[in-house]
Design a protein around this ligand. Structure first.
Ligand SMILES: [Zn+2]
Ligand SMILES: [Zn+2]
Length: 95
């Protein structure tokens, strides 16, 4: 079952309880993680990039992330993360 990406609920499990997370690998793999913040779903452990404008979930981050999976803007407030936009998907493939 997949859930609509609304910036509030986990798209994996649908819950809305998150805690701040730190992931060294993701920080090194993705420049927008290094310059932003991660939140982890308390229910299933899915990680999300935090929107700097509204604090919502900008997009889900996982190790096999491809550039086409990233949204053009925050699904909650419409803010555009330039670091996400600039990413071409190449950095993750070095790992
Ligand atoms: Zn979840
Ligand atoms: Zn937002």
């Amino acid at each position: 079952m997949t859930h609509q990406e609304d910036g509030v609920h986990c798209i994996v499990c649908g819950k809305e309880q998150f805690s701040l997370a730190h992931d060294e690998w993701m920080r090194r793999a993705f420049p927008f993680v290094e310059q932003g913040q991660l939140k982890m779903c308390a229910e299933c452990g899915a990680k999300y990039l935090v929107c700097r404008s509204c604090g919502g979930l900008y997009c889900r981050i996982h190790p096999a992330l491809e550039s086409w999976e990233l949204p053009e803007k925050c699904p909650k407030c419409g803010w555009v993360n330039e670091n996400v936009k600039a990413w071409d998907g190449t950095s993750a493939r070095h790992f």
